[in-house]
Design a protein around this ligand. Sequence first.
Ligand SMILES: [Zn+2]
Length: 548
Amino acid sequence: MKKHSKNLLLAFLFLNGISCTQLNDYQQAEQTIQPDDMVRIVKEFSSDAFQGRKPFTAGEDSAINFLIREYERIGLEPVNNGSYLQKVPMVEITDSPDDKMIINLNKNTLELSYKTDFVAFSKQLVNEISLENSEIVFAGYGIVAPEYDWNDYEGIDVKGKTVVVFVNDPSFGTNQDDFFKGNAMTYYGRWTYKYEEAARQGAKGILIIHETEPAGYPWGVVLNGATIPKLYLQPEDNYMSMCAVEGWITLDAAKKLFSLAGLDFTEIKEKAKIKGFKPFLLNAQLNFSMHSIHRFASSQNVLGILPGTDRADEIIVYSSHWDHLGIGPSLNGDSIYNGAVDNGTSTAWMLEIAEAFSNLKTRPSRSILIFSPSSEEQGLLGSKYYAEHPIYPLNKTVANINNDLMLPYGRYKDIMITGYGQSELDDYLENIAPEYDRYIISDPNAHTGMYYRADHFSFAQVGVPALFARGNCDSREHGKEWAAKMEKEWLTNFYHKPTDQYDSTIWDFSGIADDAKILFRVGYELANDSIFPKWKEGSEFREKQFIN
Ligand SMILES: [Zn+2]
């Protein structure tokens, strides 16, 4: 809603004898959150003119200019010497691996073929990489988790060696809720964690055994991701602290490897799930090399702030990534990946929250930072860069409230928390929910590890409590079954496809407006509080908590 029409509305309400004084400050500010404003934002932000908003393209310029205009309209202040922009230096790596990975074991040789049996890549910024007779260690799930008294690397030195590990957590498929987090994936289950831990242990190579169910996706997804050029943040150490070779092998390849090593795969898998599992050498040596080329370029994060009053150095961060996939393979003659839901709707959600904050008569004590990260689609790179190069100190950053993939299918009774139970931010939402006629539900698909796959995770990893919540499971008008059907259809027909575009026939922003109101209120309460919410007992981020 434009400012003058808002004033007209208030004048209208006043003249008709409806007193605005009954509404308190935040309730009045909340009135500026309007579905029609969201339509305007999403329509333009996901239009063909923005070319799918891919970093380093003309689409990036369009997206950034649009956000700057919106930030200015709302009255956000620049954060970086008069600028809304934070430069995000990146490197694009194109790997050309050998066609074969050769494993010598006992008197046998196992040859694995690129793409059918394995994929491999490297973050290290060197052109030639090789593993020569690198001893292979089986390290179970590749997890070191003190809070679960679990160490898959116990008693073995893996320096210079190559570790082979399972994907997900040992609790996957066990239905034991008191073992890790049962079927809900912890961060220890993510492939990114497996690579990080292997590097901390000093391994030279790491191969994850792919299995469709615990990975959450088929081999084809691994293959697509592995064989295109990859973007990473520009590292200070040229990523020499990471493993020289990272990769995946298929389940079949793993079975062949274990069988040639004289081991029964099923037995090994069972053993790896039992506490006290010990890693061991397979008496197998790996030989492999690859060639890589590197290209350097920068993208931009966009940030604006509404300074608080007496606790202005303490920050609440709202975030929603601006980037999408650009122009790609065409589908029915359309090659523009508009990214209207991914992540246009959340961008509208965030801008409307920002506008509500700027319409408060009394500014809250704490500051509100509005953050549009770049390159989420490339591995949460923009938010990761901010978390590693924060403009405002992280120990004064109270919370992150992020959104992604908000479905424009009307109003919901539920508000679904992905990563429910992680932090005390859940309690803020839970306390407020009845006032908004909403109920809390834990993400029913927690086994896919979604809490670790959107930008709030970058904040979680550096200790800042993060909330990822939206209406999703219980449509006010059509019920639960319909909501599940619509979500499934969206994932099948629209997710990461050129069809993810604005649709005036069925889209209804009233639910996203509801989500903006309730999450504006969470931020408002936090911004007037002096408490720093904590990670909860059992959260893998608890040890990263700042002590304030
Ligand atoms: Zn996406």
